[in-house]
Design a protein. Sequence first.
Lengths: 1107, 276
Amino acid sequence: MLWEVDIHPAAGQPDLTARQVETAAAELGIAANLQVHSARGFLIQGDLDEKQIARLAAELLADVVVERTVVALVGDNVLLAPLSPSLPVGSRLNESGSRLKDAILPPSAFPLPPSSVIHVLPKPGVMDPVAASTQAAIADFGMKADAVRTLKKYWIAGLPEESFPLLCSKLLANDAIEQAVIGPLPFSRLEVGSPYQFKLVTVPIRAMGDEELKALSLGGQLYLSPVEMRTIRDYFQTLDRDPTDVELETIAQTWSEHCSHKTLAGRIRYVDENGERRFQNMLKETIFAATQTIRKRLREQSSGVSALHAPLSTLHSPPSTLPSPLSPLPSPDADWCVSVFADNAGVIRFDDEHNVVFKVETHNHPSALEPYGGANTGIGGVIRDPMGTGMGAKPICNTDVFCFAPPDTPADSLPPGVLHPRRVMKGVVAGVRDYGNRMGIPTVNGAIYFDPRYLGNPLVYCGNVGLIPRDKSFKHQQPGDFIVAVGGRTGRDGIHGATFSSAELHSESDSVSGGAVQIGNAITEKMVLDVLLVARDRELYNAVTDCGAGGFSSAVGEMGEKIGAEVWLDRIPLKYEGLSYTEMWISEAQERMVFSVSPAQWPELEKLCSSEGVEATVIGRFKPTGRLVLKYHENIVADLAMQFLHDGRPPVIRDAIYTPPVPRPLGKGLGARDQGLGTEIISLGGTAGSSSSAPDAANSSANTAGQASSATQTFSLPSPLSPLPSLKKILSSLNVCSKEWIIRQYDHEVQAGSVIKPLVGVANDGPSDAAVVRPVLSSRRGLVISCGMNPRYGDFDTYWMAAGAIDEAIRNAVAVGADPRRLAILDNFCWGNTDRPETLGSLVRAALACHDMAIALGTPFISGKDSLNNEFRSSGNEPISIPPSLLISALGQVEDVGRCVSMDLKRPGNLIYLVGLTKNELGGSHYALVENLEGGEVPKVDCDLARRTFLALHEAIGAGTVRSCHDLSEGGLAASIAEMSFAGGYGAKIDLSKVPHDFSPLPTNLRSVPGEGSGVRTELDATAVKSSSALEGPIDIILLFSESNTRFLCEVPPENAPAFESALQEIPHARIGEVTADANLEIFSDTVSIREDLATLKEAWQKPLRW
Amino acid sequence: MPIPHVLILRAPGTNCDRETAFAFEKAGATTETLHINRLLENPRLFERFQILCVPGGFSYGDDIASGRILGNQIQHHLNDQMMKFKDDGKLMLGICNGFQILMKSPVLLPPDREQGPLATLTANDSGKYEDRWVHLEIRGGKCVFLEGIERMYLPVAHAEGKFVARNEGVLRELDAAGQLALRYVSARTSPTAEIRTGMAGDVDIPARILPFPENPNGAQANVAGVCDSTGRVLGLMPHPERHLDPLQHPRWTRGEAGAVGDGFQIFVNAVRYFSN
């Protein structure tokens, strides 16, 4: 019998789901006045009578205080009518199914035909965690359900029925994982799988020519290159046999871009304006090499003396109930890297007892097809990385960074196969929220970047930090150990994730690769985590790793690489019958870990797991054979040499070319000029490039006006010059505006270690630079998590984009108090199709910057990941490639979290300092974005000055001289001071003419003058300015909006000014204003005056994403 | 002074157990964190403890509804032990998901035979999970955990925390009995104190539900926590274990935190109860 239990909001209770659907339908342009009634439901198959099912409805499935139920056998028409909203409150409807039917009013109450109902169900085989829990909970009632499935129901009015399929595909259901049924359900039983009949499949690869190999690679979703396919064919020719399907799959998985990073770790011939460079292993020679250089230097210096300065005062440290830190940091010069680029996550030293681990992954392609499931399993997957690092770390916080197309993208402009960015964004946020929150891991840091080029290919970066005892930081699997699968069961979900994630998306991706999309079950992973930490401390295993992309194939293959392994596939616990041996092996079903367990340890581990309801199964054994052997019962289905698997892949050889774009002065974009906007041409000495390259089309009008030459920076600005509207537009721009709607949906305080929250300030809603957490509740030692990214700069020069991202990540961390000498960083490269030499060239160039910056700043890379081929193809259109997108994540440390600072202004009368040099760098800026300007100079980084600035500022913060600190990034000085002001609820008065700058080469009317106090200052000569009206606007615009790197605003109490200035005496800095008691932001120079009340600025900043 | 032993009850998906145990230990208690399976195997384990705390998290994923599956397990298998624990004069505390679980047990608000549960915690009016800090005021003097506390500033973090009574009569009775012990209030004033329904008996039910975000979920009568008729069982949506230390206050950098976090007194009160 197949029962259906529908649960409706009771009369007088809000139908929140229906309202959300109505809103979203209007937003997506599907229907302006949709009327929806919703219900959630359960399909329960089993030998249950009416009374039993009614009891389950009342006591298990519904909340009788606020909900009403309808119970009937599937097929009964009573299930198709919406429940009348006018039922009396308080009536209980749980006695019997027949009475429930009586409660349904005739259709006149909500006059909809049965065809107006839409059912949405997970497709068979798709993870349905609620159904699984329900089945178990039914057993707790002493009843038995053979199968359970959840469903959602919507009764729709206000839309013609022929538009229902559109509503389903655009909003209600995702075809990758769900089926939508309009009208009655067309089945009366749930499929539970049928037994699998073993049949060994071999692939006659030895006889294949190039065309057939190509067809096999594509058709079998192996996604291997022709030379790789030929290598495999030749290998099996020497073996004198054909491979089995599972052997081919294993090789494809091991050799996939996702698992082997073959492009970036491959041979690359790179050419740029400086000449040619050949890499044998690009990653090793850039990013890894930088870390090695830093570690070597640290070890060499460790004999030297270097104690931290003791803090000077306790100005703002509250009388915490925690003990003061007893032991200072170990010498910051010692090599504090523990395990880098080796394990599932990078490992560094934290305190005397613990190390910390950090990993950031991407889950882009699954998120493009199914945003909720993709992001859900993205965060679930990256949490397993620290869990699978060393002997297992305890996850302590998450970081999540997303890239989307603008949410106001017109719905009718979407190419086929593309989900609307608003739907993608809502789904991704919900996916991260539901997994992270359920795991009990605070999501403390993140960012979102918007660009139209992410339309078909959004990016979802998920990161996790873990804490691990120092003596558990390495794993040691042994020959003879059992291979033990722990956690979730294996199903048909996630087949081909590793190979699929290495391919481009196209408009039919959802139908071809739907199996790669999954839904996670966070509680299964939490249960695994609970037993893992206990088992680790009781030493019940020798090694652990996660089952990620590639499933058992990847996990066992990597663990057994140096030993050899035999796996008994028939023992793998399955979600349902019918999986072939190959599916069992390559399934990427979530929430699974693989342990290496000695026979002596096994009984106790098994007992522990079973005591908490966690499934643990011996599925094989590591054997010192150097071979990977897979058996299904007595049949050997694979027998491969580990050496061929891991070392047999032919090297990928690629060309990479980088041609710097022709420098172009800042000027109106073509689009705007064509609209005939009045512009005033203003020029400022200063070159966009050292070359005398001919000006291109974009500034030809400037030439016509006779104001520009090839060596002159040209502005063409809206007239009259009005920086205040620009500031408001920047605050309202999607990248800058408040992300509170998202942040609050994440539990950012669970585990109770939160010190600096993502939202700070007088109303708890200002944008924190970084998050600080205390992973050990009895200690004041803290971790700082921050990030840096700016894809816009990549359009100018990916070298400076990368350098800027590193600078930004570090300055965000330093701004809250992180010690720059103890800061580790991670790289995540998301790029377009690197088969194109230009695309790969832009990536290599970014990697070179990573190398140079890391060494110069002493911040080692400890882990990283790349995701290539982020392009979207639809028939008849040019592929859309994402912009080069390098995310830098930073993990910093603070000795005493009581010394941390937040970014909100604290007290009227305090002084405001600008630290760092402002340069003529508006290229790629948000000013240029909102004013539709192109060209200009992209921000560069002065590495030596950056290093010294971070150190000096850290000393000033550590000494307690700084009350608030905020970095300058998108929107420059103007956006930064606006944020500090409205976050703190205090005004600020800023004198623009005091801003230290370095306009190089200096126009004749600028001269350098020594600063009044300590430090170097360059000042605008007011007289000169007045004599040259052409300069007024541009200089102020640069000072207000330039996005030059390594700059901070600091709020300093007057009494601390001498100490602050002394700490920064070697660094460009200047007092540029003060905090005021009135709620106005005032920025002035001799020529410009901005004055606006904070409420207006804050509203501009909060409004765009206040969903 | 006798030191109470605290049972921190954990189930699949519980995730605030460590910081909750830390809070009780800091307040002077000893703690033991036990998986629900241990209690199902051996219900007599209850006897070792003086305080039962069901901490926050997502027990069994909050699948079906928050706290439903664990609540049912307790009701099906451990109801007698729970009732005895309470009748023995011991204390019970449910925080967030723990509150949602206790709401499904007769130890907090016993359902009436005819009409079932008196009240529930349902989806926030905002329709989504939210983490934010709220101001709270204590009502009625009967709850052991809240003794001597007037106001608190604590974070809430939930999707299903809207308190809804079965009907207004139930709400009024609970209020009259002093069981609606914890209310969301505005930062400065307490509108609930000023606005009365005008109903007979001077029953103090606010006519006005505070707007979002002061009342973060739309709870009737701005209820954030309720206690049982004895005052020895408390369930609350906010997280006192997340505000033990001034450094957890969202505005400690502005000098707004006190010497001790607002949530700490709840744990101190529980421990002190056994020293009297």
